[in-house]
Design a protein around this ligand. Structure first.
Ligand code: AMP
Length: 508
């Protein structure tokens, strides 16, 4: 990993005529270590325990600048290590307040980190807690969609670092279960997402509840005019930090677009790519909640066990599914953009765009789920003839052409069969009955789950040549059943699939 450290003494604190000045380019590519930042021993110990060997480029730039107390505007794509880029120097700055007192009054909120989604907030919290584990600094997280009472109890204990989604934080402020009167540092993470989600008025109200004198950090993967306006409204002489080209995707991610004949072929294409590429874990993105749900069910039929999470399921259930995915118990997570926002799954090897996103920025966010922190990743996209405009929009944003291949399916898919969600080998399982509805209920109940196998098994069915059915003498389903009976092999080990839902309406 490149280690580009601007030495603390060479930071340009003079604002340029434009909004912000820029952190200077590294003077030499000499190996930079976490030790060279002057971080305290308890923080360094935690970093080493987490296995971080050297700072990522954003950390190399951000840590010294934040430690010096500057405001920062960070153009950091997901997976660059930006959380540690701001969290480590924040902890370092707060160490002066660290104390072992049990009194909550001795642990007021000193740093507030705002994030757009519950998942991202929770993820940042876990990171901060890990980085602070050898200090007396306390952290807490509050987000909506869950019972507020445990959060009130946690806030009563006191915490120097509070991570929050805007809406729930306003609830707490309204109920006076938290005060920000002693906050010294404000971080807006994934600011572009917060604006997309309409949080601007909430953010403004929260800023009004903070002391005027404070350090402000803002991170965003993309930079629109609105983001710049927000930045100019509350950042003071910010240092600009940019580690990758704006709106660019991580270089470590191999990106391939596969042409498929039609929408009906996509499910088979996903199953085939997972198998051919020996993908152990993947997030599959769809543009709609219904699409995610349906795809998870269909992938079940390909030998992958489904554990769908619907938008109306509780936040705890969503977090539990995420946890299962992180632990490797779930190998395919079918997700919409909103649900997947900010997810950090360490070393996620691949993402698949089942649907190309309506907004090209979402492509950058999606593929940022893989290739995180310098690891290599795979971003595969499926494209039909109708997706050409979306494909062009993505290439325009990335300012480069993507590799396009034509995917030859092992087994052509009959459109009617695909739409009905029924595959010939459905009846190849002892659990199945002719009552498809009952069968689906059984699938959702999770009664077939195995102990988290990851490599997809080769289904002998796929190795058979395609045999067109004669509709004169038998129905397609009857013929399919025969084919399945003929190819019946050992029962495949189960793999888990989850649909993580919560997507908003498609953007135009
Ligand atoms: P982030 O972009 O902050 O979401 O971080 C992405 C992932 O990279 C997280 O799993 C971090 O734990 C991990 N990470 C952050 N910094 C480093 C580092 N210097 N070395 C290795 N992994 C890191």
């Amino acid at each position: 990993m490149a280690a580009n450290l601007p030495g603390p003494t060479c930071v340009n604190t003079t604002p340029s005529p434009s909004l912000e000045s820029t952190a200077p380019a590294p003077e030499s590519p000499a190996a930079i270590t976490f030790e060279s930042f002057g971080l305290a021993e308890p923080i360094l110990r935690a970093v080493h325990e987490l296995g971080y060997r050297e700072p990522t480029p954003i950390q190399a730039q951000a840590i010294p600048v934040v430690m010096q107390g500057h405001d920062v505007m960070g153009a950091a794509q997901t997976g660059t290590g930006k959380t540690a880029g701001f969290a480590l120097p924040i902890l370092q700055r707060l160490l002066q307040h660290a104390n072992p007192s049990a009194s909550p009054a001795r642990h007021p909120v000193r740093a507030l980190i705002l994030a757009p989604t519950r998942e991202l907030a929770d993820q940042i919290f876990v990171n901060v807690r890990d980085y602070a584990r050898h200090t007396h600094l306390r952290s807490a997280v509050v987000f909506g969609g869950v019972d507020i009472a445990p959060q009130i109890a946690a806030l009563r204990q006191g915490c120097e670092v509070l991570i929050a989604t805007p809406g729930r934080l306003l609830d707490h402020l309204g109920q006076r279960t938290v005060t920000l009167a002693q906050a010294e540092i404000l971080v807006l993470d994934e600011a572009d997402r917060m604006l997309d989600m309409g949080f601007l008025p909430d953010i403004q109200r929260i800023i009004n509840a903070l002391p005027q004198r404070r350090q402000n950090l803002m991170f965003s993967a993309t930079f629109s005019e609105d983001i710049r306006k927000l930045a100019s409204s509350f950042l003071q002489r910010p240092i600009s930090i940019e580690v990758a080209r704006r709106n660019a995707a991580a270089d470590t991610v191999e990106q391939v677009v596969y042409r498929v004949p039609d929408v009906d072929s996509k499910r088979a294409a996903v199953a085939q790519l997972v198998r051919e590429r020996a993908i152990s874990q993947v997030i599959v993105f769809t543009n709609t909640k219904i699409g995610a749900s349906r795809l998870a069910r269909q992938l079940e039929r390909d030998g992958l066990i489904a554990s769908a999470i619907h938008g109306d399921k509780s936040q705890q259930e969503r977090l539990a599914t995420l946890e299962g995915f992180k632990k490797g118990e779930v190998s395919v997570l079918v997700a919409t953009d909103v649900a997947a926002r900010g997810l950090d799954i360490a070393e996620l090897p691949a993402v698949i765009n089942y649907d190309l996103p309506y907004s090209p920025e979402d492509y950058v966010h999606r593929i940022g789920r893989t290739g995180r922190a310098g690891a290599s990743g795979l971003a595969l996209s499926l494209m039909t003839g109708n997706d050409e405009r979306l494909h062009q929009d993505i290439e325009k944003l990335l300012k480069r052409k993507l590799e396009v291949r034509t995917l030859v399916l092992d087994r052509p898919v009959a459109a009617a069969e695909e739409r009905s969600g029924h595959r010939p080998d459905d009846d190849d399982r002892p659990r199945r009955t002719r009552d498809d509805r009952g069968d689906r209920a059984g699938a959702r109940s999770g009664d077939r789950r195995g102990p988290s196998p990851v490599a997809p098994p080769i289904d002998p069915f796929f190795l058979k040549p395609y045999e067109p059915v004669s509709t004169d003498t038998e129905t397609a389903q009857q013929a399919s059943e025969k084919a399945a009976t003929a190819s019946r092999g050992p029962i495949r080990p189960a793999r888990r699939v989850a649909a993580l839902l919560g997507g908003g309406p498609p953007k135009g």
